[in-house]
Design a protein around this ligand. Sequence first.
Ligand SMILES: [Zn+2]
Length: 204
Amino acid sequence: MILPGEQPLNGLHKNLSASHLEGEEEMLAEATLASALGIPPAPIHNKIYLRHRQWMMRAMALADAAGKLGEVPVAAIAVGPDNQIIAQATNRKEQECDPTAHAEVLALRAAGKQLGNWHLNDCTLYVTLEPCVMCAGAIIQSRLGRLVYGADDPKAGAVRTVLNIPDGPCSNHRLQVTGGILAAPCRQQLQHWFQQRRQQQRAN
Ligand SMILES: [Zn+2]
């Protein structure tokens, strides 16, 4: 299944295209992904938490692929009410030479196209990093049902950390927000990428 905005992926990322995995196969795929990403076993077995964790791991694997292409490793996945994937995207600022090509904006656009409807009230958007001002604005414009994100962004987070755009006076939409799903691995993924880039810059 090729999703809107999807780039060809290989290796670790090849399972991401599967829209539905069931039972044992699903558990095995999750365990493989968790181990590849260095994520420890789930501390709690709440069904909703495990679902959030599973989508976040998929987003992290996408972000990892984007990082290898020179993009800041952030990814977003839009999921429908039946827990089915609708669209996914990574940061593509470098590749597109587009300052607005953040993962969230691209995933929301692709989800709207896929559904034939820009109202995303029934969707959940998973993103590895707390959205910035632009993306928080796009999320409100899309009437998104729920946002689930990984790491807080202490410099530019516009959902909770620096600003709270969704609950602010310029927002005409109230959305459900769940932050901190796999926060530490998501933060480490970004820190590791920036660390590597600094090392490369020093070497050049
Ligand atoms: Zn953004």
